[in-house]
Design a protein around this ligand. Sequence first.
Ligand code: DGL
Length: 273
Amino acid sequence: MSHRPSSPIGVFDSGIGGLTVAHAIHQQLPNEQIIYFGDTAHLPYGDKSEAAIQAYSIKIVDLLLEKGCKVIVIACNSASSAAYELLKEYVGRQAHIINVIDPMVELVASTLAGKKVGLIGTKRTVQSGIYARKIKEINPKQDIYSLATPLLAPMIEEGFFNSQISHEIIANYLSDQLLNSIDALILACTHYPLIHKEINDFYKNKIITLDSASVVTKKLSSYLSEQNLMNAPAKPVHHFMVSDFTESFEASTRIFFGHEVKLEWYPLWKQDL
Ligand code: DGL
């Protein structure tokens, strides 16, 4: 790896949900340039097969490597569960890869041992069983009660949060028997920071709820400082690319990034479209 501190950070997701992670990076590491790729042509990843997600992710990572990224953050739980091991091997020493699952696993294993921990996420993430497996590797006695909540990501993308509809859907899912009397809940989807408060309201702030955006940014920050790869004070210009452009995606960036950003259409799958 021959990266400079000024090399960019690559961040990718199935769509625009990963902008919650990009936003946390932008806020906590303001000197770092972000190159974001949202695979809007293939979203949602949560319902796709492992093989499909792996194929999409490899192509995205190729592009981010071409752009000279020093670190690539997989800002999607579905892609992290389906493709991280493969990508790590594929990328080798060309860049460092961070997924959204391991930092959360470390946090849960070190702070919530002996507690009843629930998890919500996409079908792909929940079916993979990856959180439970990795947490058990550290704390063999710890069980994770995982519930697939596939309506939540599209609901948020359509702007339904902090509303009566979202309250009802969230309450319906969280009332599932499986999550009965949990002490903590992992929000295992990068869309969910947007409904973090609603989830806390549902539990009347009585349980611990964890989302990955800031945990992952902390992991990135310690990697950069350990490797002397933290950029010097700068005013970076970020790039936000998507594989399929619509005005509605662009409008939704405001929801996830805090303010609207310009999306650049990058036809990664031009020949297939
Ligand atoms: N943001 C993705 C994740 O974290 C969920 C959206 C999707 O299914 O593509 O899993």
